[in-house]
Design a protein around this ligand. Structure first.
Ligand SMILES: [Zn+2]
Length: 73
């Protein structure tokens, strides 16, 4: 179920996962970021489900950060 790249229309998109650095209220962490990369032109793109998944990871990180900083008070 490879998708064709919308940009070059030659390559196919491969799903990859990257660890990205995030910070929130002075706390830093790494979260997984889902995206797809074209094996021909190398452009990175995220489809709707990737974006939703990435937002969820970011929200979870923020919640965890909040809980951690509140428990330290
Ligand atoms: Zn491409």
């Amino acid at each position: 179920m490879n998708k064709t790249c919308q940009i070059c229309e030659k390559g196919s998109l491969k799903a990859i996962v990257e660890w990205i650095d995030v910070d929130y209220e002075g706390h830093t962490s790494k979260i997984k970021s889902r995206l797809a990369k074209c094996d021909f032109c190398g452009s990175e793109q995220a489809d709707n489900s990737d974006v939703t998944e990435n937002k969820r990871a970011m929200t979870a990180f923020r919640k965890q950060t909040k809980a951690t900083s509140e428990s330290m008070r």
